[in-house]
Design a protein around this ligand. Sequence first.
Ligand code: 5GP
Length: 193
Amino acid sequence: MSGNKKSASRLFVISGPSGVGKGTVVQELLRLRADLVISVSYTSRRPRADEVDGVNYYFIDRPDFEARIARDEFLEYAQVHRNYYGTSRAKVQELLASGKNVLFEVDVQGGVNLKKKFADLRSIFVLPPSEEELVKRMQTRGSETPETMGIRLATMRQELALADNYDYQIMNEDLNACIGALNKIIDAEIKGK
Ligand code: 5GP
């Protein structure tokens, strides 16, 4: 799994700022495509009301996360918005063994680090129609305090500045159009293998 080896599965990474709708887009994509599986990350963030352990994330506490870092259990990990997020080596190995195509939903640091591990990884960045729209969506979700909202906005500006480094950029103005465009990219990449 290390180095720049080619694997039988196609690998895709999706990044984009908080509130851009990545979660919904990814869930729809997984519903549409039986050939695609998602890498479920570990996080030290607390679960939101509608999140399920083992589905959205594996929720663990900071000491547990740091012990796993020390044991080198993560293919990549990053601190985002003051919480840890990481991709488990063992889980990814299981997904690759299934022969399916694997989707990673990680931040831009994760995107860069995964690209170093997998040379044939394709990267897709989901852009918001505007910063105002993004703020509105975050407010609607209601899961942020003024403090965490401020942190997320600062991260968003940094992330948008790195969108050009991705192979593809898709604007999520209309959800169905965005999912359709992503699906087409994945089809084209799989066929072009
Ligand atoms: P959220 O707290 O909104 O679920 O996620 C915050 C950010 O962490 C998002 O940009 C998400 O893509 C990113 N993220 C989720 N899992 C991982 C991971 O395993 N590694 C990295 N580097 N980022 C992750």
